[in-house]
Design a protein around this ligand. Structure first.
Ligand code: SF4
Length: 345
């Protein structure tokens, strides 16, 4: 059986029941989805999940059952109803599009991908989705889910985002005039429920026999992504020198990381670990230093392991600060001071 036939047969049995959807049986009986509902759902789903979008969809369609109703709504009412979906520019585009359909198209959505693209705020993905789902046009509907399915089916080694045109081409080759709306939704459902991002359910997948990534093993590693440059790692020593209730601090040089801020005295921060002898040599004072742990911290451009040495003693050129004032330290030093002083607090 072909990949298309397998996936469509699976969809016939397993299509998700969604409030904007006309399921495969009803569609086979001649029913078509309402373009307004398909369009509204696609706009809502662009930044959120089906469970989060569904109550909004139901609220919108109860209050504004047609695109003409939505077009004549007050801006502030639509914005208020949208609150919680985020991306408010999208709500404004939604209204602009509804008004264009109502005023320039007699309240009827254009029934081709090109016609839909001409509407304000309606991008290529939404145009393809509405054309396929509402009008059964053989449009290539490719979102992140479909990209993932294509990358796995064909074991595409090129990483994202460079692979996007190739993934789109592969998806286009599977589009046909037979049931294009069901095909688009079948791919969506497969990506959402079976070919999931982290843990694909390959043993339940209707197209596993066609899947190159599954055959090769580790399908979850597709789509490939360009590895982020590893953050360099540095190591240093932080000194917690106490004199009674006071802790020795220093002011960091005005330029550079945490410039001008109060800090614990530290050694340099470098890639290599610090030996005991080096750590003692870099200390701000001769004192009976002892190891009291390590803390890890991640800065934007590097990560840091700080060894903590603590001693009671005196030093010159430091700022003695009451322990209660340590909360004003930058977080890396506050973390180090808290860890180093933990059993003294
Ligand atoms: Fe996705 Fe696995 Fe199916 Fe391949 S076999 S399409 S990886 S769920």
């Amino acid at each position: 059986m072909s990949l298309r036939a397998r996936l469509l047969a699976w969809y016939d049995e397993n299509a998700r029941d969604l409030p904007w959807r006309v399921g495969p049986a009803a569609r086979a009986a001649g029913l078509r989805a309402d373009p307004y509902r398909v369009w509204l759902s696609e706009v809502m789903l662009q930044q959120t999940t089906v469970p989060h979008a569904t109550p909004y969809f139901l609220k919108f369609t109860a209050r504004w059952p047609t695109v003409t109703d939505l077009a004549s709504a007050a801006d502030e009412d639509v914005m208020a109803a949208w609150a919680g979906l985020g991306y408010y520019a999208r709500a404004r585009n939604l209204l602009a599009c509804a008004r264009a359909v109502a005023n320039e198209h007699g309240g009827v959505f254009p029934d081709t991908e090109e016609g839909l693209r001409s509407l304000p705020g309606l991008g290529p993905y939404t145009a393809a989705a509405v054309a396929a789902i509402a009008f059964d046009r053989a449009a290539n509907v490719v979102d992140g889910n479909v990209e993932r399915v294509m990358a796995r089916l064909f074991a595409v080694e090129q990483p994202l985002p460079d692979a996007k045109p190739e993934l789109k081409r592969l998806a286009a080759a599977l589009v046909a005039d037979d049931r294009p709306g069901d095909w688009a939704q079948a791919l969506m459902d497969l990506g959402a429920t079976v070919c999931r991002p982290k843990a694909p359910l390959c043993d339940r997948c209707p197209v596993s026999a066609h899947c190159a990534a599954q055959a090769a093993g580790a399908p979850e590693t597709y789509p490939r992504k360009i590895a982020k440059a590893a953050r360099p790692h540095r190591r240093g020593v932080a000194y917690i020198l106490t004199r009674g209730e006071a802790v020795a601090l220093v002011r960091r040089p005005p330029k550079g990381l945490l410039g001008g801020m109060l800090a614990l005295p530290t050694s340099d921060w470098r890639p290599e670990p610090w030996s005991d002898a080096e750590a003692l040599a870099a200390a701000p004072a001769q004192a009976p230093w002892r190891s009291v742990g390590v803390v890890e911290h991640v800065f934007t451009h590097f990560s840091l392991t700080l060894r903590l040495l603590r001693a009671e003693g005196d030093a010159e050129g430091v700022i003695w600060s009451p322990r209660r004032d340590l909360d004003a330290l930058p977080s890396v030093f506050l973390k180090a001071a808290r860890a180093g002083l933990a059993n003294l607090l």
